[in-house]
Design a protein around this ligand. Structure first.
Ligand code: SF4
Length: 365
């Protein structure tokens, strides 16, 4: 599987908790120039065959549908899409009939909507620019027989009672999306997460139970889906398969001939991004070459995010080498401490291990 990620950094307003690279841009010329640059950038890659496409942001639905139409038209003259999964992120406030008419023309089969909450007070607290009625109105536009739907929600928000979070969960389940992403609130400005180490760990497992009762299985740290409705594009990241990312702040990871993997991240600065691509001098915020050992390390770390863990035999097959001794030694230590289980070479984080994944990762670097 091979994925294409396209980053659209524009939003109508900036939510105070947001740590994504997103900007409010009112100048249509800048937006059009950005989309022209995306087309110039995709031409810099050799292999333009993709199984999945994911358009994220930012808020792709905040862009004028005519601009998107022109962009898709040019894009599909250049790339080959094998039809596995094509997702676009939308927000309730900017999701219109005209927008859906455009995405209908380009085989998009998955919509990911940033709902976050069905409670108007919570939406206000989060600084979102939509209300619950906007969510209902936009959901009416989506034909669930045609589109797979993901709804994003936020839990663990300071001052918000659990019953309000569960009301949102209830409303989400009633919509019957194929996929739900549940994220813990983070507010970098208040340092909430840094200061509050007594987070209610039972809240997430209550959410997990409620979703399981309704046919959603947790398959990754924050992601739940109906059977076989996992996000194929995100699985590409977690399975360490190849992806090309175009746009400001987008990352790519691909092989070179000699098995070294390159991973780089475009600059997040829109102006620098555009100028760099226009002058054939790409600006990266990050560039690294991953040798086999580093690739194995990351395969283990990402694999442990998945509910089904990672098959060590498959890792060995994929990289045509055995798992380095130092990783096996640490896996044994973590297993003896009850943080991992390893049976028939299938490595899975236990419930306790899943709570400290970041720490576990340090043993697998
Ligand atoms: S809409 Fe999404 S990307 Fe835009 S500012 Fe809010 S959280 Fe960030």
């Amino acid at each position: 599987m091979r994925g294409l990620y396209i980053h659209i950094p524009f939003c109508e307003t900036k939510c105070p908790y947001c740590s994504f690279y997103s900007y409010i841009e009112k100048d249509k010329t800048v937006i059009e120039r950005y989309f022209d640059t995306l087309i110039t950038e995709i031409k810099t890659y050799n292999n333009l065959s993709f199984d999945t496409i994911y358009i994220g942001g930012g808020t792709p639905s905040s862009v004028n549908p005519n601009i998107l139409d022109t962009f898709f038209n040019s894009l599909f003259k250049l790339i080959k899409y094998n039809g596995e999964e094509f997702t676009i992120e939308v927000n309730p406030n900017s999701f219109t009939k005209k927008f859906i008419d455009v995405i209908d023309r380009y085989n998009i089969n998955r919509i990911s909507m940033g709902v976050q909450s069905f409670d108007n007070n919570v939406l206000k607290l989060l600084g979102r620019n939509h209300k619950a009625t906007d969510i209902f109105k936009s959901l009416e536009l989506i034909d669930l027989d045609k589109y797979r739907l993901n709804l994003d929600m936020i839990y663990d928000i300071p001052t918000v009672e659990d019953n309000i979070i569960f009301d949102t969960l209830e409303s989400i389940v009633k919509v019957n999306p194929s996929h739900i992403s549940a994220y813990s609130y983070q507010h970098e400005d208040t340092g909430y997460l840094a200061n509050n180490i007594n987070l209610d760990k039972t809240l997430f497992s209550d959410i997990e139970n409620k979703l399981r009762e309704n046919g959603y299985e947790k398959y990754e740290v924050s992601n739940f889906s109906k059977k076989r409705m996992e996000s194929k594009h995100n699985m590409i990241y977690w399975n360490m398969n190849e992806y090309i990312g175009i746009g400001s702040s987008a990352s790519s990871m691909y092989h070179t001939d000699n098995k070294i993997r390159i991973r780089h991240t475009n600059t997040a600065d829109i102006e620098k991004y555009i100028n760099g691509i226009e002058t054939s001098d790409k600006v990266f915020d990050d560039y690294e070459e991953l040798d086999i050992e580093k690739q194995i390390s990351e395969s283990l770390i990402f694999g442990l995010r998945l509910k089904n863990g990672i098959d060590l035999s498959e890792v060995e097959r994929k990289y045509t080498t055995t798992i380095p001794e130092r990783f096996l030694k640490n896996i044994d230590i973590l297993t003896s401490k009850g943080l991992l289980t390893c049976q028939k070479k299938k490595l899975i984080a236990t419930e306790r291990g899943a709570e400290v994944l970041d720490t576990l990762s340090l043993y697998l670097l």
